[in-house]
Design a protein around this ligand. Structure first.
Ligand SMILES: Nc1ncnc2c1ncn2[C@@H]1O[C@H](COP(=O)(O)OP(=O)(O)OP(=O)(O)O)[C@@H](O)[C@H]1O
Length: 254
């Protein structure tokens, strides 16, 4: 069974301007899927609909068979513990330490009061530390987050998503603010999350080549519609032109 099934979702922020049009696709457990498309195609909106940061106007989203669009408050909170999110600008709390930011990923499992008071178990702290070690940044555990480079902060963001024990990780342009070296480190970590830990990843990317190099499957969006859904090898020059339209001239270098 698919982990995620998106059945005909549509979204408008304003009347008569459709940002997503009848989107259909599914993602199997253990897949690494990239979403590509020109600026404004609706990639972020689509990702945010999946965990209800944005509400759809129509269609259904099945996660493990449950319709996300119909969940009540408590069920939605539960859903969000199963879906981690990694953001372009990391969304960390700059004045808090690295390890405190990672532990924020446990908030969904706690009462509001325990979360506010920062009550975390020894096991949670050990897990946070071991994730930082996995990402090669354990020596920064007690530094303020704003003392880290962008690439290091993104690794903290990934640890925060992983400590949730998610079944799915949504990454919204995770490398858009990083230089090529840091981008490679982040993509390698994301890829190994799927390959080694079996966690499904759905990643919005601007860079076609990065998507081609890392994905099991690519979904191409243009003007809110799925234009391509297939293996990277099928995404040839003609198809890239189709997905990106005018923007493709800048993207295709070969
Ligand atoms: N909160 C919002 N209110 C109104 N319009 C919005 C909102 N968020 C996005 N949009 C509009 O929806 C369209 C799709 O935006 P979205 O950010 O989903 O695209 P994207 O493909 O992720 O673009 P980019 O690659 O530039 O981030 C754009 O026209 C954008 O202006």
């Amino acid at each position: 069974m698919a982990l995620l099934e998106v059945n005909g979702i549509s979204k408008s922020y304003q009347a008569n301007i459709q940002v997503l049009r009848n989107i259909e696709f599914s993602v199997n457990a253990g897949e690494f899927v990239s979403i590509i498309g020109p600026s404004g195609a609706g990639k972020s909106t689509l990702l945010r609909c999946l965990n209800r940061l944005v509400e759809v106007n129509s269609g259904e989203i099945l996660f493990n068979g449950l319709d996300v669009t119909k969940l009540k408050r408590k069920e939605l909170r539960q859903l969000r513990t199963n879906i981690g999110m990694v953001f372009q600008h990391y969304n960390l709390v700059p004045r808090l330490t690295v390890i405190e930011n990672v532990l924020h990923g446990r908030f969904g499992y706690k009462s509001t009061l325990a979360g506010m008071l920062g009550h975390f178990t020894e096991e949670e702290k050990e897990k946070a530390f071991s994730l930082l070690k996995q990402m090669g940044i354990e020596e920064h555990a007690y530094k303020r987050c704003d003392q880290l480079s962008g690439g290091q902060q993104q690794r903290v963001g990934i640890c925060r998503a992983l400590i949730q024990n998610p079944k799915l990780i949504l990454c919204d342009e995770p490398i858009a603010s990083l230089d090529p070296n840091a981008s490679k480190v982040i993509m390698d970590h994301l890829r190994s999350i799927t390959t080694d830990l079996g966690i499904t990843c759905l990643v919005n990317l601007h860079q076609v080549e990065v998507a081609q190099d890392n994905s099991d499957r690519i979904i191409g969006l243009n003007k809110g519609e799925v234009i391509f859904d297939g293996k990277p090898i099928r995404l040839d020059r003609t198809m890239i032109e189709h997905v990106y339209g005018m923007e493709s001239r800048e993207l295709i270098t070969v």
